[in-house]
Design a protein around this ligand. Structure first.
Ligand code: DX5
Ligand code: ZN
Length: 223
């Protein structure tokens, strides 16, 4: 699968989200939207009303990453609103299979996320229920953290699990992705890359997206 880049608006200017979305269009494949509830993670960001407004303001599909408690209750509304992808955290979900199915039924791609310390093996049998597996490469909650190399072996194991199944499931990494780290993650087998500070902290965000894409594409081809 071609490499995809999903800039995270967590590092953008929240007062000018439409302009910030435009700044990475059409380079970005997705716009990554970090929904945090100050319970599942110790930070509070935005919710459905802002996602609904953003959907009207950009043609770039939204990749909604729900770092919230009770995703079973809240996730379907993001799919219904028109998000292209909705990712829930395995640890927070009471009924992940039901919720992933509901997200798909409502027309979005369904993603399942694992924190750095959570093993991937217990979810191997659920691969057919998801369109994307998200492996966090920082502890979730904040942008600008350092990429955790300790997750690399899990990215490799996840790639093996995904390749051994029929379903084509994307493997996303999120946290600390930059020009310095993206090649390691791509070599390990990731194919969708979230980048917040590396994109919105750059002078030219669209150029930063293209630089990340080129590095990941080169690294994936070499591996
Ligand atoms: C962290 C969020 C990330 C964050 C990444 O919990 O899920 O999406 O925006 O930011 P960077 O790329 O700066 O690590
Ligand atoms: Zn995220």
């Amino acid at each position: 699968m071609a490499i995809q880049i999903s800039p995270s608006i967590l590092s953008a200017d929240f007062a000018h989200l439409a302009d910030e979305a435009a700044a990475v269009s059409p380079s970005a494949d997705w716009l990554h939207v970090d929904v945090m509830d100050n319970h599942f993670v110790p930070n509070l960001t935005l919710g459905l009303p802002i996602v609904e407004s953003l959907l009207k303001a950009t043609d770039t599909p939204l990749d909604c990453h729900l770092m919230i408690e009770e995703p079973d209750r809240w996730a379907p509304a993001y799919a219904e609103a028109g998000a292209g992808s909705v990712t829930i955290h395995a640890k927070a979900a009471g009924a992940p299979v039901r919720t992933l199915r509901e997200i798909r039924r409502l027309g979005a791609r369904a993603g399942l996320a694992l924190n750095p310390a959570e093993p991937v093996e217990p979810y191997a049998d659920l691969v057919g229920e998801m369109d994307m597996l998200l492996l966090m490469t920082v502890e979730p909650g904040f942008g600008g953290q350092k990429f955790l190399d300790v997750v690399l072996p899990k990215i490799r194991r996840a790639r093996e699990i995904l390749d051994s199944r029929e379903a084509s499931v994307w493997l996303q990494v999120d946290g600390g992705v930059s020009d310095e780290t993206i090649e390691r993650a791509a070599e390990a087998g990731a194919d969708v890359f979230v980048a917040g500070s590396a994109v919105y902290g750059a002078q030219d965000p669209a150029k930063a997206v293209e630089s990340l894409r080129a590095l990941a594409t080169g690294a994936a081809a070499r591996s």
